[in-house]
Ligand binder design. Structure first.
Ligand code: HEC
Length: 149
């Protein structure tokens, strides 16, 4: 009798049952996968948007207390450059802005804001303020002279 072959009908039946259940499970998982593909990215996208919105909200108050006095309430510029200008927002990436805010511009009124450089803000707070500044981009005014408002 070849290996794997049995004449025991009880064993045959139970083996067949286990295989049938396995096949059913496999089919169920294969059917569920497209559903997962449909719902998972949209819930991830919603979570990402919610996180960005709460960062921007935190950044709004950080801006008000730390930046508005020189750069204006809505970044329109005052004694310091207009950072809501299209020319600034389109040319600077988030990382660049965060780095500049962290280290400041030596020899100017623009201080270092990172706690790593004796400033008041954590890196998370700097990220929040950059996210808030990014929210201006949608209606950023065209302002070529943004450095000297
Ligand atoms: C005391 C005034 C003052 C405050 C407060 C201030 N800034 Fe500035 N900031 C300046 C000045 C002046 C400059 C221009 C520096 C120069 O001459 O390059 C500047 C430049 C910048 C720039 C660079 C623009 C460029 O030239 O690319 C960024 C970004 C910036 N500030 C962000 C911030 C943020 C964010 C805050 C709050 C956390 C802040 N600033 C608070 C005065 C200020």
């Amino acid at each position: 009798m070849p290996y794997g072959y049995t004449t025991d009908p009880e064993l045959d039946r139970s083996t067949n049952r286990v295989m049938a259940v396995g096949v059913l499970l496999l089919v169920a998982m294969a059917a569920a996968f497209p559903l997962y593909l449909t719902y998972e990215p949209s819930s991830r996208e919603a979570a990402r948007e919610a996180q960005l919105a709460s960062l921007a909200e935190e950044g709004d108050s950080i801006w008000e207390f730390n930046c508005a006095s020189c750069h204006g309430d809505s970044g329109e510029g005052d004694t310091a450059p207009a950072l809501n200008a299209e020319q600034f927002l389109l040319s600077a990436g988030d990382d660049q802005i965060a780095l500049l805010v962290s280290v400041g511009v030596p020899g100017t009124q623009m201080n270092a804001y990172s706690q790593d450089f004796a400033g008041p803000l954590t890196s998370e707070q700097i990220k929040a303020v950059v996210t808030f500044m990014r929210s201006w981009e949608e209606d950023a005014p065209d302002f070529p002279n943004w450095r000297n408002p």
